[in-house]
Design a protein around this ligand. Structure first.
Ligand SMILES: Nc1nc2c(ncn2[C@@H]2O[C@H](COP(=O)(O)OP(=O)(O)OP(=O)(O)O)[C@@H](O)[C@H]2O)c(=O)[nH]1
Length: 418
């Protein structure tokens, strides 16, 4: 295949990958950097097509167009990658300024030095941007989930090498003119490698986007969107992982329920209620240890799986109760709101099949805390050997949940202060 055909095929490849990225990007939020990737890929493809039109080897003033598009494309990749790995976004004004500066330097070089000038400026700018991209991808490895590290490492390595090869081309022009850029073994290796990069990077980008989307779906399936805590499905997964260890450490369930939460909604509105739920979730997360797990069971009910014995679990429940009682929730209309919560603590258990019975015991203790005045922690009263008697469909475990006393009329409402 002659070089013109190769460039044409590469341009088509880039434009189709770019269009695919743009379509995917329409279904993702902007923060994923998809616009940068998509526009960078399409602009690169356009630059290749324009190169076919303006001539690859011979400089004319028109060459400024494909050269500028190429540099702009690498800048757009920088924008996309920064967003993808969670670094602050580049301002469009900064990109426009960098592109304008490039055009000015290119024109001066072309005016004073014709072809060699053009190639020094183009390769110099591309080398800087490639090395910048490689460094950013490398930095990003620590900022993304482990499943994505390999793709970012590949991106960093492949682009980094291209950056070094492109910088060498500047050196070649400065020492031997432009001839070695187009013929001889150095040129063959460079064009072969840049074709490889163009072909490999599209699928690599798509794979990274797939991993990101997959991660987001998994997050949505296992986490509560309001508080970011585990939902029931996520709790099941956490329990399964905990009991997969051999032997599993004993687990204690601490169930928490905000007191008179309905009144928060009724008096201050649903948005304030949501903010209180988020605030309490943050307090819970701040109090637990790394090995514990926190879930929102629904409404204003939370559950902590506390790894270890009964004493640390009780201490944790008490710590959470005190911290929530101290917590001030700001109100949109000014002033703050204070809430309390009640907690029930299950006995420790070491087998997965006992967790539902343990949850019923924690629930029963929680109802006692509510009926005995709220803003309190109560430990479940479990008969010795309850674990042996409990099974998922065990009647004795059912009956312990059935003896819940009816909650008495509520005493004090949540206090709000101006
Ligand atoms: N703002 C907000 N409210 C919710 C959400 N989920 C459930 N609720 C509300 O939580 C309230 C729960 O009220 P109840 O179950 O009566 O409990 P309570 O008022 O806390 O009373 P006690 O538990 O007996 O202290 C209801 O008003 C629900 O509408 C939510 O996601 N956001």
């Amino acid at each position: 295949m002659d070089p013109q055909t190769v460039i044409f095929v590469l341009a088509l490849n880039l434009m189709s990958v770019g269009t695919l990225l743009a379509l995917i990007g329409r279904r993702m939020d902007q923060a994923q950097g998809m616009r940068g990737y998509a526009s960078g890929t399409i602009v690169f493809g356009l630059a290749y097509l324009l190169r076919l039109g303006t001539g690859h080897r011979h400089t004319s003033l028109m060459s400024v167009l494909p050269d500028t598009l190429m540099v702009l494309a690498t800048l757009l990749f920088v924008v996309g990658l920064r967003q993808f790995v969670g670094l602050s976004a580049l301002r469009p004004r900064a990109i426009a300024a960098a592109t304008a500066l490039y055009v000015a330097v290119w024109l001066v070089a072309w005016w004073g030095w014709q072809e060699p000038g053009r190639h020094v400026v183009l390769n110099g700018a591309l080398a800087i941007n490639y090395l910048l991209l490689a460094a950013m991808a490398w930095r990003g490895i620590r900022r993304v989930p482990g499943s994505m590290s390999l793709s970012l490492a590949v991106l960093s390595g492949v682009i980094g090498l291209l950056g070094v090869a492109t910088a060498l081309r500047v050196f070649l022009v400065l020492t031997g003119g432009i001839a070695p850029l187009f013929s001889g073994p150095t040129a063959a290796v460079y064009y072969g490698y840049s074709t490889f990069v163009t072909v490999v990077l599209g699928p690599n980008l798509l794979w990274m986007v797939f991993l990101r989307l997959n991660g987001r779906l998994a997050q949505l399936a296992t986490h509560d969107p309001l508080t970011g805590l585990l939902n029931r499905h996520g709790l099941d997964e956490a329990l399964r992982r905990h009991f997969a260890a051999r032997p599993p450490a004993p687990l204690v369930l601490c169930q928490f329920d905000i007191d008179h939460f309905k009144r928060v909604n009724d008096l201050h509105g649903h948005a304030t209620g949501d903010a209180v739920l988020r605030g309490v979730a943050d307090t819970l997360t701040a109090q637990v240890r790394g090995s514990d797990f926190v879930a929102r069971l629904g409404g204003e009910e939370f559950l902590v799986g506390c790894v270890g014995g009964a004493e640390p679990a009780l201490a944790l429940a008490e710590r959470v109760r005190a911290a929530v009682a101290r917590q001030a929730h700001g109100l949109a209309q000014g002033g703050v709101l204070h809430c309390t919560l009640s907690a029930g603590v299950s006995p420790p258990f070491s087998h997965a099949q006992h967790w539902e019975a343990a949850l019923r015991l924690a629930d029963e203790a929680l109802y006692r805390a509510k009926s005995e005045g709220r803003d309190a922690v109560r430990v479940a009263r479990a008969a010795p050997g309850w674990e042996a008697a409990a099974a998922p469909s065990d009647a004795s475990a059912e009956s312990s949940a059935d003896v819940k006393p009816a909650p008495p009329p509520p005493p004090a409402a949540p206090r709000s202060a101006p």
